[in-house]
Ligand binder design. Sequence first.
Ligand code: MLT
Length: 386
Amino acid sequence: MIKVNCLNPIAACGLDLLTDNYEKTEDFAEANAVLVRSAAMHDLELSDNLAAVARAGAGVNNIPLDKCAEKGIVVFNTPGANANGVKELVVAGLMLASRDIKGGMNWVDENKDNANIGKDMEKAKKAFAGKEIQGKKLGVIGLGAIGVLVANVATHLGMEVIGCDPFLSVQHALQLSRNVKVVKTNEEVYKECDYITVHVPALDSTKGMINKDMIAMMKDGAIVLNFARDVLVNDDDMVAALESGKVAKYITDIPTAKIANAKNVVAFPHLGASTAESEDNCAVMAVNELRDFFENGNIKNSVNYPACDAGVCESASRVAICHKNVPNMLTQFTAAYSADGINIDNFVNKSRGDFAYSIIDASAASDAIVEKLNAIDGVLKVRVVK
Ligand code: MLT
């Protein structure tokens, strides 16, 4: 029985996919698998029972990826599953940045008891006039699942769109509209665009990427949108730019206290993926990833281990091993089998940075073999899939 702990509420349509081989547990320490949305896992004690963490979402900055990898815990995310939800909120952000919708709505609210509201609003409305986005230039930094959707939809709204992503995948390049011009550097985006939207993960290399030097390159009155992670933007530099008017508006889905108090900010409480559809898509994808991992040993969409696919498990025995990516591991694995006189039918090995993953199909895997595998220096976790 595989014990699954949910650290956050996970949509029922995903959990319903768990078969009788899975059991929900409230106890994190006894869980073999964890489903998580935004709960912070950095300070949690990771037990030896834990083999997999699936994040129902794209960002994984709430999960200690390296610590998990060292313990042979495979971490998955669900790239693209909530991309449409985020894209739609970015579109709302573009509109809210351009038209004083909030000011206008506030005026109506303040005047709801005014019998002459119909007449008075015609005088009041000039205070809430805005600009149209058609014909304006949008720069998209990060052309992953969300960035591509944002770039494409903006072309349909009549915007001129440029995008930048040094790691643009073939899959995302194929999805990108031909009307989006891909540029080589973020600097081109900062210098040329009326609207700049960032869709990159929070990494050491991206933290504080929107800072005073980058802002200095922007057009006066540029509008910046951040629906990715708060740490991408240097708060002090952004507040100064909003004060001076260098940045006309900052639209964000992840406000810090400093940003929430700054002027010309439009902020939401991390609502991008908070739609029924996104929550369902993420839950279904996360549970399917876990099931393929526990039932077949396969890894798809991991953020700390390599993708590894040995297909549906049809052999008599399958063993999956998380291990260090160092020399002589595979020889030792095969030796453990041959010492027991067992022939290996199929062997898949993939590596990613310091870590690697092997799936071994054979006619059997005795306790002695599993014990030998576990004793090999550099082996982090051995799992008998079948
Ligand atoms: C994500 O990382 O997928 C989004 O920020 C949405 C979320 O965290 O739920």
